[in-house]
Write a protein that binds this ligand. Structure first.
Ligand SMILES: [Zn+2]
Length: 80
């Protein structure tokens, strides 16, 4: 009896977008690399296959964050 067990095969290289503080975006690849794009997504830059491992790229965009506004209040607490 043949049992076709579906192994967990990574057929794509997932590129996870990091938080883009500036115009640039950094993508962490599933194969342990990182790529930086000054503009656009890997697709926009015609990145279809991961240049590191050769797998098709699957881009996971960073979830939209609620930017924490760190207000630097120049309030000096007077510690007596
Ligand atoms: Zn890869």
């Amino acid at each position: 009896m043949k049992t076709a067990k579906a192994k967990f095969i990574v057929s794509t290289c997932i590129w996870t977008q990091e938080d883009g503080w500036d115009m640039e975006s950094v993508y962490n690849t599933a194969c342990g690399q990182a790529s930086q794009f000054e503009d656009g997504t890997p697709e926009d830059n015609r990145f279809v296959y991961c240049p590191y491992c050769g797998h098709p790229i699957e881009v996971v965009m960073a979830p939209k964050k609620i930017w924490e506004e760190e207000e630097d209040e120049n309030v000096t607490n007077a510690h007596a």
